[in-house]
Design a protein around this ligand. Sequence first.
Ligand code: AMP
Ligand code: MG
Length: 396
Amino acid sequence: MSQPTFPMHVSVAEARDMLAALLPRLETETVPVNRALGRTLAADLEALVSHPSATESALDGIAAREADTLGASPGTPVRLKLVGESRAGVPFGGQVSAGECVRIYTGAPLPAGVDAICPVEELEDNGPEHVLLRRPAFPGDVRPEGGDFRASEVIMRAGLRLSAPRVALAAALGHAEVPVRRKLRVALLSTGDEVIEPGAVLQPGQVYDSNRAGLSAMLRESGCEVSELGHAPDSPASLQAAIAGAGGADVLLTSGGVSMGKYDFMRDLLIERGRVAFWKVRMRPGGPAILGGWNGLPVFGLPGNPVSSLVVFHVVVRPALTGQPVQSLKLRAATPFRGLKDKTAFWRGVIRDGEVHDYGQQGSGILRSLSDADALVIVPEGGAVETGDTVDVVLL
Ligand code: AMP
Ligand code: MG
C-alpha cells in the first residue's frame, strides 16, 4: 500500500472520539417509565411531588410527643392513652394532646401534635386503651416530608442512563412516561469464508459465528436496536451486497477482514471504494480495527478474533455509541502485567479478595478467557505493572 491518506495507529481515546463524531444526534421519544430500562434521558426530570409526601413513621409502634416520654425506662415505663390509629394510606384525622398517643405503622402519616415514634418492641400492656413505653419515643424514627426529594426539584439530568434504580426513581418522582433518546440503530455483519452458523455441522477449519452473538448481546445490553445482517463470505462483491442491507441503520459494525491479510476485503473495500477515518488502534487485543464510511453510512470494522472484537467493543465502541464513559476502578495487582511499547494493553484479569490476578491465557482467540475473567487490566503504552502496584481495571 502506498502512503495512506488517513490516520494510522490512533489511540484508544482518539478511536472512541472519532466514532462518536460520526454518529447522528438521536431524536427524543417518550416511553412508559417501566419500559425505560437502559435508555438515555433526553431531558431533565423534576420531582412532580415530594417524597415522602407527608411526614411519616419509619417504624411500626406508637406516635407520641417526645417530651411526654423522656423518663421512660424498663423500670419506670411511661403510660400513654391510645386515642386512635394511623396506617399507610389511612391517616389519623384528629389531634393528639399531651399524655396521648396513636398506634402507627411504617409509612403512615404522623398525626398533628406528635413528633416521635416508639417501636412496638418497646411497648408493654399494648392496648387497647393504654400503652406502656419502656423507652422514650425518638424523633429520628420520623421521615420528614420531602426528606428524599421535594416537588419541583430537578432530580435527574438529561444524558443519564436509566439503570433499574433510576427507573424506580423516575417513577417515584411521578413520571408515568419519560423522554428518552431513540435507540441507535446498529447493523451487524460477520465476515469470513470459514464462519458458519452455530448448529450447522462444522468442518475442520471452520468456526461458529461467536462474534455476532456476542456483539448483538452487547449492543442490546447497551440500549441499541440491532439489525443482524448475517454473515458474508470473503469477497468484495458479497461484502458490498451485505452492506447494502444496512439501509436505515445509523452505523454498521462488521467483524473480520480488517487486518493485514490478502483476504481482508472489508479493509480493502473501505480504503479503495469507501472512506477511512482511521485504520488501526494502538491497543492489544484489537489493534487492526478500522473506522470509515460507505455511502454516508458510518462503518466500524472490528477485528475477527473473538477476544479482540469484544474488547474493542467494550472500550472503544460502546462508550462512543452510548456516550457513557468506560468505568474503571483501581485495584492492587496480585501478579505482574506486562506493558507494550506503543500500545495500551487490556489484559484479562480475575479478581479475588479485592486484588486482580493475571488470567494467564491472553491470546486473542481464547474466547473462554473473556467469559472466565472479571475485568480488563489496563496497562498504558510503555508502562508495566509489578506485583503490588495499583492498576486501573474495567469490569467485564
Ligand atoms: P480475521 O480478522 O478475518 O482475519 O479473523 C481473525 C480470526 O478470527 C480468524 O481465526 C477467524 O476465523 C476468526 N473469526 C472471524 N470472524 C469470526 C466470527 N464471527 N466468530 C468467531 N471467530 C471469528
Ligand atoms: Mg477473515
